[in-house]
Design a protein around this ligand. Structure first.
Ligand code: FUC
Length: 781
C-alpha cells in the first residue's frame, strides 16, 4: 500500500498503529532509522558509528556487548618508498613490445621488472574489541529493539529484563574525538558491567589499568611485506560511573551496581604524516579524554548532534512510502526484490550520507575500502585506497549532496601523493610531476602493485585530481583553487612527459597501461591508450587549462596542454556499435565481456564528455556497451551502472539496477554494501546514482528530473548542490516537475533544463529563485 504524505508523517512521528508487534511499536518507522528486533550475530549486522577518525561497530548484545573499534591511521608497516629503479630500464622494452602487439611478453617483462618493491601495499588494521559483559543479564529480554538513528547519529539498544528497562547509547563524536557510550536503566543500581579489550593483532597489544577508572590497550601495528611495523597505538577507555563501585583486576575493569555508566573511548597512533611516525598516542588520548570527561553526557550528545546535523540536515529526501517501511530494516532488505518500498531507497540514500560524515572529516584520513570500519588485521584487498574506481566512488555523492567538507581528507591525500608520486615519476618514468597507479595506502605508496595486469595503470592520481577540480567547481572558492592548482599541474606535467605517440594513429597515448582490470583477449590486459586513460587525461588537462585562466597564470603551459589535449586519441565506435574500450576494436574478444569495471564509460559518468544531448552517437554507443556488460555485477559495479543509466536518461532502467543494489545479495542486514565481501563504495555510489536520477549538473547545465523512474511518481529531494555553487530543491508530483528552488552562493548564470524546456537563471550571491513547470514549460515563479 502506498501511503500519502499525511500517513507518512504520522508514521515518522510514531503514531501508526494496528497489527504491529510490541517491539515494532517501541520503534516507530522513522524514515531515518535502521532498526532490528534482535542483536547482531555477524559483523555485517552490527551498526556503525564514527567520529571521522574512529569507528565503532555496535552489536547490541544483551548479556554481552561487543564494540569493535577502529582508528583511521592504524595501518601495517611504516614509511617506505616502493619506487623500483629497475623499472626505468624496462620501460622502453615494454613500450616496444606493446607497439609490436606482443602484449603477453610485455606483461612478462612488466611483472618481472616494472612493479613496485614490495609488490604489495600495507593494509588497514583493526584495534580489536572492547567487550562489555553484564552480570545478571543472561535471562530472555523483552521488548528488545536496537536502532541507528541517522539524523541523531546515535546507536541505541533498548530492552527489558525483569522489572528494569535498559538503554544503551553509542555515539562517535567528531568535535570531542571520542566514541562515547552511556549504559542506563530505569531502576537504581541496575547497571553492572565488566570491561575488557580483545585484539586479533599478531603484535599482541597489552591491556592494562591506569588509575582507578581507565582501561588501556597499547601496542604496535604489524610488519607486512618486509615493511617494518613503525606505529605505536593506544586505545583508552575512561569509565564515569554514577553510583556503584569500580574495581580493577587482571586487565578487567568492573562496575557494580551503578545507576548509570558513561564510557569515553579514545584511540590514536604515532602517525603524523606518511614520512613521520613521531606522534605520542598516549599524550593525545589523555588530552582528548581529559577534555571530554569534563562534559556531561547530554553536553557530549548535544555537541555531537549539532555537528552532525549541520551537515546531515542539508539534504532531505522523500521518494514515497508504503507499508513496507513499517518492518525492521533486515526484513525489508530480504523482501526488497518483490515488495514496493521506495522509502528503503531513501533510507539507503541518507545512510550513504551518514556514513561519509562518520568516516571522512577534516583532519582525518580519507574513506578507505571499508570507510573506517574493519574488524580484521588483514581485511579484503588490505582495506586500502583502490584508486581505479573505489576511492573515487566513495566521494561521488560528497559535492552533490552537500558534504563538500567531507572531501578534505581526500584532498590532503592527493597533496601527499603529489610528493611521494613525484619520486615514483622520476625513478620509474624519468618524468616531471607526479604519478599514482591503481592503489595507495596510509604511506602514500604510488608504484604499480599486485601484478602488471592490475597495477600498470598510471592514471590513478589523475582521476583523483578530478575531485580537486570538482570541489572548486561546486564551491567556487578561488583561494582553494590557488592551493590545489599545483597538485593538478603536477599530475598534468607527468603526462606531458609520459604520453607517447601511437605509431599506428600518430595520437598521444599512455603506454604501458590497462583498461582497469579487464583483459582484452590478446594475451594480456597491457595495452597503449585505453579509452579511460585518454578521457581522464582530457579532463585533467581541461581542469588545468580552466584553472590557469581563472588564476591568470601559466599561459604557456595552458597552451601546451591544449595542444596535447587535441592530440589525445579520440573516442571510437566499434563494429558492434559499442564504445570501444581500447584503441583496437576488441570489445567482443575480451576474456569477460560482462566485466565489472566499465572504465571506458568514465566519459559518461563521472565525467561529462559523453551525454545524450551533447554527443548522441557516443551516448548510443555507451548504451550498447552497457547492455553487453549486463546489469548484474559486484556491489560497486552495480552502483556505477546505476549512475551511468541515470546519465543516459533511462530512469526505469536505473531504478531496476538500484533494486538489484538494495537486494540481500548486495546489501547486508546493516545496509553495508556487499561486493561481496563488504566494501563501502557501493553505498556511496548508490547515493550518487539516486541523486543523478533527480538532478544532474553537467555540460554547463543543471538538469531537473533527467531520469525520474516511474516507480517514484511523487517526491522531493532538497538541498542538493550543483556546479556553480548553487543549492537546488526539487519537488515532483505524478511523474512531473512541480517546482525547483535555487539558492546561489556565488554570482553566476545557470542554464536549467527540464525535458525540452530550458531557462537561464542569472543569480547574484545569496539570491533565490523558484521555477515551476506547468505543461512542461519552465517558468520563474
Ligand atoms: C578492484 C576491483 C575489485 C575490488 C577491489 C578492491 O580491484 O576490481 O572488484 O573492488 O578493487
Amino acid at each position: 500500500m502506498r501511503l500519502t504524505r499525511r500517513t507518512t508523517l504520522a508514521l515518522a512521528a510514531g503514531v501508526a498503529s494496528g497489527g504491529l508487534a510490541p517491539a515494532a511499536r517501541a520503534a516507530p518507522a522513522s524514515p531515518l532509522r535502521l532498526w532490528y528486533r534482535q542483536p547482531a550475530k555477524e559483523w555485517v549486522e552490527a551498526l556503525p558509528v564514527g567520529s571521522g577518525r574512529m569507528g565503532a561497530m555496535v552489536f547490541g548484545g544483551v548479556a554481552a556487548e561487543r564494540l569493535q573499534l577502529n582508528e583511521d591511521t592504524l595501518w601495517a608497516g611504516g614509511p617506505y618508498d616502493p619506487a623500483n629503479p629497475e623499472a626505468l630500464k624496462a620501460l622502453p622494452e615494454i613500450r616496444a613490445l606493446i607497439d609490436a602487439g606482443d602484449y603477453a611478453k610485455a606483461t612478462e617483462v612488466a611483472d618481472a621488472r616494472f612493479l613496485a618493491k614490495p609488490k604489495r601495499q600495507m593494509s588497514y588494521q583493526t584495534i580489536g574489541d572492547l567487550t562489555l559483559t553484564f552480570p545478571g543479564l543472561d535471562g530472555e529480554p523483552a521488548d528488545y529493539v536496537r536502532e541507528l538513528d541517522l539524523d541523531g547519529a546515535i546507536a541505541t539498544t533498548r530492552f527489558r529484563v525483569g522489572a528494569a528497562r535498559y538503554v544503551r547509547e553509542v555515539i562517535g563524536s567528531y568535535p570531542d574525538r571520542v566514541i562515547a557510550v552511556r549504559l542506563s536503566a530505569d531502576k537504581a543500581k541496575a547497571v553492572s558491567v565488566d570491561l575488557a579489550f580483545a585484539s586479533p593483532l599478531k603484535s599482541k597489544p597489552i591491556s592494562s589499568i591506569e588509575g582507578r577508572d581507565t582501561l588501556v590497550l597499547s601496542g604496535a601495528n604489524e610488519t607486512q611485506e618486509g615493511v617494518p611495523a613503525r606505529l605505536k597505538f593506544e586505545c583508552r577507555v575512561k569509565v564515569l560511573n554514577k553510583g556503584g563501585s569500580l574495581t580493577a583486576r587482571d586487565g578487567v575493569l568492573s562496575v557494580v551496581g551503578a545507576d548509570e555508566v558513561v564510557l569515553l573511548i579514545a584511540a590514536a597512533t604515532s602517525y603524523r604524516r606518511f614520512d613521520d611516525v613521531s606522534g605520542d598516542p598516549t599524550a593525545i588520548n589523555r588530552e582528548v579524554l581529559s577534555k571530554a570527561s569534563a562534559k556531561s553526557w547530554p553536553a557530549l550528545v548535544a555537541a555531537h548532534q549539532a555537528d552532525h546535523r549541520a551537515l546531515f540536515r542539508r539534504v532531505s529526501v522523500d521518494f514515497g512510502t508504503t507499508t513496507a517501511a513499517l518492518k525492521p530494516t533486515d526484513e525489508r532488505i530480504k523482501v526488497s526484490q518483490t515488495v514496493d518500498d521506495p522509502a528503503l531507497a531513501a533510507l539507503y540514500y541518507q545512510y550513504g550520507r551518514y556514513l561519509l560524515i562518520a568516516c571522512s572529516r577534516p583532519g582525518g584520513q580519507a574513506a578507505n575500502l571499508q570507510g573506517v570500519w574493519n574488524d580484521k588485521a588483514f581485511p579484503p584487498w588490505g582495506g586500502k585506497y583502490t584508486i581505479n574506481i573505489n576511492t573515487e566512488m566513495n566521494y561521488w555523492p560528497a559535492e552533490p549532496t552537500g558534504l563538500a567538507e567531507c572531501v578534505k581528507p581526500l584532498i590532503e591525500m592527493v597533496r601527499d601523493l603529489s610528493v611521494t608520486g613525484a619520486r615514483t615519476a622520476k625513478v620509474m618514468y624519468n618524468a616531471r610531476g607526479w604519478v599514482a597507479h591503481h592503489n595507495t595506502d596510509l604511506w602514500r605508496a604510488t608504484g604499480p602493485i599486485d601484478g602488471a595486469k592490475f597495477g600498470v595503470w598510471p592514471t590513478g592520481g589523475a582521476w583523483l585530481c578530478k575531485h580537486l577540480w570538482d570541489h572548486y567547481d561546486y564551491n567556487r572558492d578561488r583561494a582553494y583553487l590557488v592551493d590545489v592548482y599545483p597538485l593538478m599541474r603536477g599530475s598534468a606535467l607527468f603526462f606531458l612527459d609520459a604520453l607517447v605517440v601511437d605509431p599506428k594513429s600518430g595520437k598521444l597515448v599512455t603506454n604501458p597501461s590497462i583498461s582497469p582490470e579487464n583483459s582484452h583477449g590478446h594475451g594480456s590486459s597491457l595495452v597503449a591508450g585505453p579509452t579511460m586513460d585518454q578521457a581522464i587525461i582530457r579532463d585533467l588537462f581541461t581542469a588545468c587549462i580552466k584553472s590557469a585562466a581563472i588564476l591568470g597564470t601559466d599561459g604557456d603551459l595552458a597552451a601546451e596542454l591544449a595542444a596535447a589535449r587535441d592530440r589525445l586519441a579520440p573516442y571510437k565506435i566499434g563494429k558492434d556499435g559499442q564504445l570501444q574500450e581500447w584503441q583496437e576494436d576488441w570489445d567482443a574478444e575480451a576474456v569477460d565481456i560482462h566485466h565489472r569495471h566499465v572504465s571506458h564509460l568514465y566519459g559518461v559518468f563521472p565525467s561529462d564528455q559523453i551525454s545524450v544531448d551533447t554527443t548522441p552517437a557516443l551516448a548510443q554507443a555507451a548504451k550498447v556497451s552497457l547492455n553487453t556488460r549486463g546489469d548484474i555485477s559486484t556491489g560497486w559495479a552495480i552502483a556505477w551502472r546505476l549512475n551511468l543509466w541515470s546519465r543516459l536518461g533511462d530512469g526505469d532502467r536505473a531504478h531496476k539496477i538500484l533494486s538489484l543494489l538494495l537486494g540481500p545479495e548486495r546489501t547486508y542486514p546493516n545496509m553495508f554494501d556487499a561486493h561481496p565481501p563488504f566494501q563501502i563504495d557501493g553505498n556511496f555510489g548508490g547515493t550518487s546514482g539516486m541523486t543523478e536520477m533527480i538532478l544532474q549538473s553537467r555540460n554547463d547545465q543543471i538538469l531537473l528530473l533527467p531520469a525520474l523512474p516511474s516507480a517514484w511518481p511523487t517526491g522531493r529531494l532538497t538541498g542538493l548542490r550543483a556546479r556553480g555553487a548553487v543549492t537546488v530543491d526539487v519537488a515532483w508530483a505524478r511523474g512531473k516537475l512541480d517546482s525547483a528552488t535555487f539558492m546561489s552562493a556565488a554570482d553566476g548564470r545557470h542554464h536549467v533544463r527540464y525535458g525540452a524546456s530550458a531557462i537561464d537563471l542569472d543569480l547574484k550571491k545569496g539570491q533565490r529563485a523558484r521555477l515551476t513547470a506547468r505543461d512542461g514549460v519552465l517558468r520563474r515563479a
